[in-house]
Design a protein around this ligand. Structure first.
Ligand code: ADP
Length: 492
């Protein structure tokens, strides 16, 4: 029997994904490093197998369990759980929530649907978008009922109103969400196995009947038989070969992804006839520190940070969508910019202290000092800051269309900070085709019996561009959705 979370692996599982990943030496693509079996495959039997222990997989596990599927297993290929979800930097978009109502923010599901559709360049699947937005408030409440409270609101790029829900202290959502979900998994006694890389799906008469995995340490193979499988393996943002294949123009950008994001789930689903959608749509995040691939959270811009180029000039609406801001950055001299904020923004966003500790931020008591630290012209930077503060005060209109008057305060409270950033690979919008029941579809539109998928492994929801805050909404809403539908399928 493989190691269970209820024993020593749970301790490892509470660590943040990524830390131990490098030691596995995963190659850039597919199964190059899957070695031959050392022995005959072992065999285990469950009702439900969930592949991947990121936000989508853990949510699905909790929901399926609570719908009566107690004989279930979560299979994770890394030594730790959490995947990219652990690194989610901002929060979860949701509309018509209690937190919004308490803050006097008027929002509707329709507005959220429209923002998501427009943000995705009018290419998102309307059924998937509608399902996610209509169920977003219920998902926030579901989290609250599972002791994961997201009630600190922020504004994200492409959102008409403040609807990004963060932990109460304004910290990065992943560090609350993943440990919170894991605590729920543990308290239910749900088994999680680590270092088990699923390499194929088992089928029986056209139905999915489990997953075949290889232990990444011992190379022992195991057939995990099950009545249904949920794929929650995340995207392919760490797989250079796949990025090169689908979007060669960004193949050399740094990636903010965790090493487990290799697109495995897409490949194993394709191998049994699943269709894919939108594989060429790969999102770059505009504020990535290039030497460490550290993402400077979008909520920091939403709170008031500005982007200035090498000439100390602002050049775009910093609250624009990720693709648009990234494209604008690449047009600047030397293709980078500085993300600048004052102490007021810094102190409201816990992530800023992390950048300080990592030595990524320049800091100064005056604007001139910050210019010097960033090798910018002090007079030009002072003029940029003065012009920005006039816009914030409502005395001038922003030539780039940003409307900060109601949401941010002037860039005026010392000390001042700046992190040098440029675009990095962040999210893969494409993936396996699913319907709004999380059933995996073939190219003829029919569902593959027994196979469900949720989270970044799926395509279609975000169209050609994902809005910040919508990944967490997707994984929670559709993790619950997948858990429900898989349970109903098993119980039918
Ligand atoms: P999502 O946000 O959709 O939940 P994440 O990236 O947070 O996606 O989590 C996906 C998880 O799936 C990661 O922990 C990753 O290591 C795991 N994973 C990816 N491929 C496999 C695989 N072949 N077998 C088992 N686990 C996998």
């Amino acid at each position: 029997m493989s190691e269970k979370i209820t024993r020593r692996s749970f301790v490892k599982g509470t660590a943040i994904a990524g830390a131990g990943a490098a030691m596995l030496g995963l190659s850039g693509c597919g199964y190059k490093d899957s070695a031959k079996a050392l022995a005959e495959p072992k065999s285990e039997t469950y009702d439900l197998v969930i592949i991947g222990s990121g936000g989508a997989g853990l949510t699905a596990a909790v929901e399926a369990h609570d719908k009566g599927i107690t004989n279930l297993l979560v299979i994770e290929k890394m030594p730790v759980c959490g995947g990219n979800s652990s690194h989610s930097s901002s929060g979860m978009n949701a509309s018509e929530t209690a937190a919004q109502k308490a803050a006097g923010i008027e929002d509707t599901n329709e507005l959220f649907i429209n923002d998501t559709y427009v943000g995705g360049h009018n290419m998102g699947d309307m059924d998937l978008i509608t399902y996610m937005c209509d169920n977003s408030n219920a998902a926030i409440e579901w989290l609250g009922n599972h002791d994961i409270v997201l009630d600190n609101l922020a504004k994200m790029g492409g959102a008409s109103v403040k609807r990004c829900h963060r932990p109460t202290d304004g910290s990065a959502v992943g560090l609350t969400l993943v440990p919170g979900l894991l605590a729920n998994v543990q308290s239910r006694g749900i088994d999680v196995v680590y270092n088990q890389r699923v390499t194929s799906l088992l089928t029986d008469n056209g139905k999915v009947a489990g997953a075949h995995a290889v232990d990444t340490q011992t190379l022992q193979e195991t057939d995990y038989h099950a009545k249904a499988v949920i794929i929650a393996t995340g995207g392919f943002g760490y797989n250079r070969d796949m990025i090169r294949k689908y979007q060669p123009s960004i193949a050399d950008f740094p990636s903010t992804n965790t090493p487990g994001s290799q697109g495995d789930g897409i490949i194993i689903a394709q191998n049994i006839g699943a269709d894919t959608v939108g594989m060429e749509y790969i999102q770059t995040h505009p504020t990535v520190e290039q030497t460490t691939s550290t993402l400077v959270a979008e909520a920091i811009r939403g709170a008031g940070a500005i982007l200035v180029n090498k000439d100390a000039q602002r050049f775009f609406n910093e609250e624009g969508t990720r693709d648009a801001v990234s494209a604008a950055e690449l047009e600047q001299p030397d293709k980078f910019s500085w993300c600048m904020y004052d102490a007021n923004v810094h102190d409201k966003n816990k992530a800023c202290s992390k950048y300080d500790k990592m030595g990524l931020s320049k800091k100064a008591d005056t604007v001139a000092g910050l210019a010097q630290a960033c090798d910018l012209d002090p007079t030009a930077l002072q003029a940029t800051v003065d012009a920005w503060n006039a816009i914030v005060a409502g005395d001038a209109t922003d030539e780039f269309g940003r409307k900060p008057q109601e949401t941010v305060q002037p860039f005026a409270t010392a000390p001042f900070y700046a992190v040098k950033i440029a675009p990095g690979i962040h999210h893969t919008m494409g993936g396996v085709r699913v319907n709004d029941k999380t059933e995996v579809l073939k190219s003829d539109g029919t569902a593959i019996p027994g196979l469900f998928a949720a989270g970044e492994v799926t395509g279609g929801l975000h169209g050609a561009n994902r809005l910040g805050g919508n990944a967490v909404c997707d994984i929670v809403v559709n993790g619950i959705n997948a858990g429900n539908h898989a349970a109903a399928y098993i119980n039918a």
